[in-house]
Design a protein around this ligand. Sequence first.
Ligand SMILES: Cc1cc2nc3c(=O)[nH]c(=O)nc-3n(C[C@H](O)[C@H](O)[C@H](O)COP(=O)(O)OP(=O)(O)OC[C@H]3O[C@@H](n4cnc5c(N)ncnc54)[C@H](O)[C@@H]3O)c2cc1C
Length: 450
Amino acid sequence: MHFDKAIRSQLPYNEVMEFTTLCYREAAMSEKRTYDFQRQIETYDRADIVVIGGGPAGTAAAISAARRGKKVILLEKSGQLGGMGTLGNVSIFMPIGNVTGIYREMIAEVLAEYLPEHHDTSIAPQYSPFELRYYLNEKMKKEGVEVIYHTEFVGTVKDGARLEAVIASTREGLKAFEAKQFIDCTGDGRVALDAGVPHTSGRIEDGLTQPMTLMFMMQNTGKPVTPILPESCYYYEKVSDLPQGRHLFWERNKDGQLLVNMTRVKGNGAKIKDINYAETEALRQVFSIVHYLQRNGFETYALSHVANQVGVRETNQIQGLYTLTEQDVVEGRRFQDVVAQTNYEIDIHSPDGKKTTDERKVSGYDIPYRCMVPEEVENLLVAGRSISATHVAMSSMRVQPTCYALGQAAGIAATIALDDACVIRDVSIDALHEGLREMNVVFHKLASYS
Ligand SMILES: Cc1cc2nc3c(=O)[nH]c(=O)nc-3n(C[C@H](O)[C@H](O)[C@H](O)COP(=O)(O)OP(=O)(O)OC[C@H]3O[C@@H](n4cnc5c(N)ncnc54)[C@H](O)[C@@H]3O)c2cc1C
């Protein structure tokens, strides 16, 4: 801000001081200084493998590594496991045509009524995010994974091309966690980016990512409820007024619980300004949509739960040894180093503020191990939605069952790198496939890989 002498001379002394301070503060804000920030940070704990992020990918990675006899620490920035599936209240497992491995086990243990006889079946169960959260806590104890909640990764410590430790902000301040192998399951590729792995974000043409959505639930109370529209909310008259211009809700179970995915806020969830705007705008949309639904067919439903945070579909993709493309997805490509298989559709909520969604059915394809392997770091894998994939390809691979599958493979691969004392990119694919088989992962069409 320009400090104007003429304005200053017209102001009384105390206002001059306030004005001067304001000008200096604004000048300092716009200056963008950089700081060196050095600390001696104590090691809190060390493990064979440290997994960062406890969503679908991170929980599966931790389980599979621990099952192979390794000491595993899982760092999670919130107070719960499950990632978008619980924190974001996603509450549906989308169909991928392959109910296998740890994902299949979970279905058997918490949603047995949905368990298909054969793995190559599509199921789309609606689950309770509260029960899944509880289940994952207990599962980690049974599997011998040490989960450290409220611990947010902030930086890497490297020795050449290897990670030695990650620094995290804990309830006791900054602490180091040392390991021989690391698996980044933050969904944003936070560890990889900090370690110098190149990344992309959003569409090639303009970098725009899929919009964010704050999920919520309504409960059928069995009697009429009075619709309330808080101040500053929107009055939606018809379907085309709604943020997505459509209805998108599910009531799959018989407990009167309606799961609503109807808010939409443009922006990139890895950007401070975008997520700040999304958290408030999306909540305004929640109350506005509830008011609309209570006047249009859901007269007996009350708002029963709003997700703890806005749901983020897409942020950063690492550049790995191989980048999954739209062509791979559309043509149903098969890869010799397959680690996950899915036939979930291309599903792009419009990134540019339009009320449209690009949905295209696909017949099924493989995701290769190389999509999780960054070239620059020898002992780091990236699993989950931030693997190396283009904007269109990630719109299909991003759903939870696929992220569980990728996490499971990453956990096994990290243990092989440890046992064989090799760098992560040299992990034997035969050994990886053998490890997956031992954990009941089944692929179809394996014989046709070229
Ligand atoms: C609105 C919405 C609706 C969706 N609908 C469906 C659906 O119906 N069915 C479906 O199967 N999928 C759906 N998805 C997609 C799916 O939920 C996600 O793509 C999936 O959860 C990604 O899994 P992940 O493990 O890669 O990452 P996430 O689920 O994002 O988990 C990442 C975890 O890492 C933690 N973390 C992040 N940064 C740090 C850090 N610095 N330090 C420590 N921990 C950190 C987070 O707290 C979180 O627990 C939806 C997504 C959204 C947003």
